[in-house]
Write a protein that binds this ligand. Sequence first.
Ligand SMILES: [Zn+2]
Length: 189
Amino acid sequence: MPLKKSPVSELPTSYGQFKVIAYQDSAGDHLAVFKGELKEDLLVRIHSQCITGDALGSLRCDCGQQLNQALKLIAKEGGLIIYLQQEGRGIGLFNKILAYHHQDQGLDTVEANHKLGFKDDSRSYAIAALILQNLGIKSIRLLTNNPRKIKGLEKAGISITQHLPLIIPPNSNNSAYLKTKQEKLGHIL
Ligand SMILES: [Zn+2]
């Protein structure tokens, strides 16, 4: 399915005034939320949807806090958030909750995904690269702790001129999860 694109709309938020463009492909509906001019070397966060973390304030992961930090920073400095509809590292919301159940029984996040027959991380950043290209951006300063995201984007032709970490202090609910992300998925935390 070819990438569909909406016209631009205003998006006032509690963080500040943004603009938003929606995109649609076979994987779902994605958003480009931005402030200021879309230009080279833009400050960018590519965020995969996490309903439990982003909307419900779940402390099982650090997604909500990462999004919050990115929105604050981009409201201040200008930049772009690409919000991708790939819930639960790409396995979908239903399967993510199944994986949580397995984690409650003692498995870590990677083992739980394997038990359900999924890879460690089923996300693809090709759609993010397509959205950046559609917006006329070839080089970005990326807010991420995930080296796979950097590699995936570079493979898709986006140049990462700077890599900026998002530091989220662990809490008692997510410290094991964050440790697994660091040890098994190579995240820089
Ligand atoms: Zn999350």
